[in-house]
Design a protein around this ligand. Structure first.
Ligand SMILES: Nc1nc2c(ncn2[C@@H]2O[C@H](COP(=O)(O)OP(=O)(O)OP(=O)(O)O)[C@@H](O)[C@H]2O)c(=O)[nH]1
Ligand SMILES: [Zn+2]
Length: 201
């Protein structure tokens, strides 16, 4: 199955060029209003670079969620830790950067391991809040992998509160989302947190 990202990439041809141009004009207007000099050789293309950079940050790579039959009857929780991600805070347009831990208790199918990182990326490359991002990853895996349960833990630094505003460097925000047995069955939930406790200690 394909995690479609329709609407995220600009359409091709003339329409795309017009949209790019509009975005660059707005970027130039914003930078100028903020006092950035765009007249030098070094900064003349800065609005275009800015649009391209933001587009890159908001453009997840499409992928297929490869799954396999659980022929071995693996019936323990699988955890993948340290999945790096970056996203854009929807309130300030600044990045938040961190690591995700994704676990699941398989039922009939197991997932291709690399796809866990790809699922994280596909939901992170959007304007987000960390709570929604965490829930979307868990919900997507629960729906498409149909496991007994999913657990997602995300840790991130929000530059909007470490570089500016509250100016609290070193602050880390941790969010969790659990589905199925990992949420509803006390023993399974405890097992998940026991397995993963070392990950954020
Ligand atoms: N819950 C949640 N809040 C977020 C996230 N990213 C940023 N925020 C917060 O969104 C809030 C926006 O609040 P405002 O008061 O409108 O923005 P602001 O005046 O720039 O606030 P300061 O950042 O405190 O200077 C801030 O408290 C941010 O820290 C997120 O992923 N989840
Ligand atoms: Zn923010």
């Amino acid at each position: 199955m394909r995690l479609s990202e329709q609407g995220r990439h600009p359409p091709s041809g003339t329409v795309r060029s017009l949209l790019e141009l509009t975005a660059e004009e707005h970027a130039a207007g914003l930078l100028s209003a903020l006092g950035v000099d765009l007249a030098s050789e070094s900064t003349a293309r800065t609005p275009a670079r800015m649009v391209a950079a933001l587009r890159e940050l908001l453009s997840p790579r499409p992928f297929e969620l490869t799954t396999f039959p659980n022929e071995e009857g693996y019936e323990e929780i699988l955890v993948q830790d340290g999945i790096p991600f970056h996203s854009l805070c929807e309130h300030h347009g600044l990045p938040f950067i961190g690591h995700a831990l994704v676990g699941y208790l398989p039922s009939k199918r197991i997932v291709g391991l690399s796809k866990l990182a790809r699922v994280v990326e596909s939901f992170a490359c959007r304007a987000q809040v960390q709570e929604r991002l965490t829930k979307q990853i868990a919900a997507y895996l629960h729906e498409h992998l149909e496991p007994y349960g999913v657990g997602v833990v995300m840790r991130a630094e929000h530059l909007c509160m470490t570089l500016r505003g509250a100016q609290a460097p070193g602050t880390i925000t941790l969010t969790t989302s659990l589905t199925g047995a990992l949420r509803d069955d006390e023993r399974t939930r405890q097992e998940f947190f026991t397995i993963t406790s070392g990950a954020w200690a």
